[in-house]
Design a protein around this ligand. Sequence first.
Ligand code: ZN
Length: 454
Amino acid sequence: MARESWITGATLFTQDAGRRVLRANLRIVDGTIAAITRSKPSRLSPGVKTIDASGLVLLPGFVQAHIHLCQTLFRNQADDLELLDWLSKRIWVMEAAHTPDTLRASALLGIHELLSSGTTCILDMGTVRHTEAILEAVRDSGIRASVGKCLMDHPQTTPEYLREPTDEALREAEALFRGWNGRENDRIRVSYAPRFVISCTERLLTEVARIAREQGALIHTHASENRKEIELVKELVGAENIEYLHRIGMTSPRLVLAHCIWLNETEKRILRDSGTHAVHCPSSNMKLASGFSPVTELRAQGVNVALGADGAPCNNNLNAFQEMRLAALIHKPTHGPRSMRAQEVLDMATLAGAKALGWSDRIGSIEVGKRADLVALDLNQPSNTLPAWGPLDPELIASSVVYSCQPADVRYTWVDGRIVYRGGKVLTIPREKLMSQVRSAQLKIAKKVKIGRL
Ligand SMILES: [Zn+2]
């Protein structure tokens, strides 16, 4: 029998083509938005659940196109470092110490924060080993995710403790794709995640491009985040980073590149002409002193730019409100106050994210036929008040969400029509149990890597 529910009385910030804002009711059947109606249902058959969302604003759930769930456990343990030191002195050592149990705790900790702050879909880069633990956490928590095992095989530039033989790494990534892609009614997908050009041989990258093309899969990697990184790429392959990725056949609408900060004009054109997606991670870019991505220029040229919090140790939060606020603020001093308007940033956090993940047909807006991935916000708070004279004004709502909203303003989060967050609780991840798992996982890893102050 079909599973039916209603959300009534909400203000719908639809993010549809007309960016309409409506006061309406949603009928959800088997996780899909089946109807948007002005009138409330008069009579409901028994078993049909109704949420009264009067006074709340309903948005499509936020999509973050660059996350590392495997690093959430390391929050506040790798600060005030620049990218390559941050990786080699702290992050790679700790990632290598993961067991399936500690990785699962790390993933659940990240997902707990994401769901409670309205993010319903992520593109995640795992670590090298135990990726199944992340996929299990995604399955059990109810979040929508595309997850990729991190691929690192370069003999000169990858530490031995994370390096894998090329064929072995590819075999495991393909096995994960076969075993997990499309599971849970296509809520889970598997992507291919070479870490970055520096850590991968050309054979690995070209094989990934070939396999992903055949399978129609997504490729997720980092590119041109840091000046030393692009210098090193030039030394290794004799070309600029994105020109190289293009030359070896990686660029396409199935390639998602985190950061894209240090680009020349040719590289910007390559992104546009190939339909490759960029992901803006403003907190991470500032904390690792990486630089400012030319986001306004990329968007003006027609490049799809999504948003992402990156990993907890380089942010140190995963909530989308912080990334939206920073994305809207940091470009204004250089490019002017209207260079990144609130509505544009909201588009990046919803529609552009869905497009980057190849999920535009299912998520990114509130429309009949799309999956019910939603967040309900209370914008009538002392700290975040939607002006009383404009409760349906799109510009005022966008301002409220981007500039003053906090995770504490989230009342409900739904994925596939299922409530996963309500009343301050992530219903799929019991908090007490999670925190005890997190503490023991952190101790386990600290013991292994003998971590101390730098
Ligand atoms: Zn990253």
